[in-house]
Design a protein around this ligand. Sequence first.
Ligand code: HEC
Ligand code: HEC
Length: 344
Amino acid sequence: MSKKWIYILLTGLLLFTTAFTVIKIKENYFDYPDYWPVPVYDFKKNPVTKDGFQLGRKLFYDPILSRDSSISCASCHLQATGFTHVDHDLSHGIEGRIGTRNSLALINLAWNESFMWDGGVNHIDMQALQPITNPDEMDSSLLEVVDKLNDIPEYRTLFYQVFNDSIITGQHTLKALSQFTISLNSYNSKYDKYIRKEDHVTFSQQELSGLELFKINCSSCHKEPLFTSTEFKNNGLSIDPTLNDYGRYRVTRDPLDSLKFRVPTLRNIQFTAPYMHDGRFESLREVLDHYTTGMEYSKTLAPELNNKIELTSNQKTDLLVFLKTLSDFEFLYNKKYSFPRTFN
Ligand code: HEC
Ligand code: HEC
C-alpha cells in the first residue's frame, strides 16, 4: 500500500472514533469534567442508561411512593433550590409531619462515600428506603410501593425496558431512583467556567478576594472542586436541646464522633437556605457570623477551627460574593432534571 492510502485510512479511522465518542458522550446521562476525581459510585452494578434515568426521574416526581400518594421525593427536594426543601428548617412529610433534619441538597452524589447528615446510609441504592419507610416522611414500605407500581401497566412496561423483568421488584425500584439522583451533577457555575477559562468568564476584584479568603478559611473542609471533603466534622454549632442531635455519634456510638456532621457541598448554596443540619441559619451572613463569633468550643471541635476565623465586614461581603459564583443556573433550570411532563 502506498503511504497516501495509509494516511487516508488512518484519518478515516480517527474521524470514525471521534464521531463515535461524541455520540457516546451525548448519550451519557452521567457527565462531569475530566479534571474531577473519579466517582465513588460503582456504575458496573447499576449502569446509568437513558431509559433507567427517565424511569428514576418519573419515580422521583411521583407521589405514589408515599402511603397516601400525597408526597413525592421532589416535595422535599426541589430542583430550583439545588434539590433541597427551601424555607423549611426541618423537612415536612406526609400529613404535615415534621422531621428532625433539614433536607439535604442532591448535588454530585456519586462522589459521596456515605449519605445523610450523619452518614447513616452507606449506599445510595439503599438510601430511598429511608424516606419511603420513615413515618414522618412517606410512611409507606417498599412492598406497598412495589405492589402499587405493579398495578400500573405503564410502569410495568418501563421497568421491563430497563431491567428486562416483567415483575417490578424493590431492588429495581431503588436502582432506578439512584440512576436519576446519581446523575444530578452540577459543574457549570461561574466558578467552574472561571477555572476552565471558558466563555471569557473573569472574576471581579471582590470575587477574587472572596476566593482567596475561602481558600484560607474554608476549603480545608469545603474542598474544591466538589466543595466538600465528605468527612465528618464538628464545626462548632451548639446543641439544640429539643432535637438533641449528636450527628455521627448516633451511627458509630463513638464519643469522638459526638457533634460531627458530614461537610455539605457549597455548590448552589445561594439557593439552599436555611442552613446546617437543623436549618438554624436563615442567611449566609448568619453562617459567616457563626464562623467568626458564634462557634462553641467542645472536645470534638474540628482542629481546623481551633484558630479563630477573623473576617472584617468587607471581607465577609467578598466571601458572600464568591459563594454566589457557585450557583449553576444550567443545573437548576436544566429541563433534563425537571418534572417529566413529556417523557423523554
Ligand atoms: C419529607 C421530606 C423528604 C422526602 C419526601 C424525601 N426526602 Fe430525601 N432527604 C430529606 C432529609 C431531611 C434528608 C437528610 C436526612 C438526614 O440526614 O437524616 C434527605 C436526604 C436525602 C439524600 C441524601 C443526600 C446526601 O447528600 O447524603 C438523598 C439521596 C435523598 N434524600 C433522596 C430522596 C429520594 C430519592 C426520595 C424519594 C424516595 C426522598 N429523598 C424523599 C427529606 C426528604
Ligand atoms: C472544620 C471543617 C469546616 C470548615 C473549616 C468550614 N466548614 Fe462550613 N461546614 C462544616 C460542617 C461539618 C458543616 C455542617 C454542620 C452541621 O450542619 O452540623 C458546615 C456547614 C456549612 C454551611 C451550611 C451548608 C448547608 O447546606 O446547610 C455553609 C454555608 C458553610 N459551612 C460555609 C463555610 C464557610 C464560608 C467557611 C469558611 C469561612 C466554612 N464553612 C468553614 C465544616 C466546615
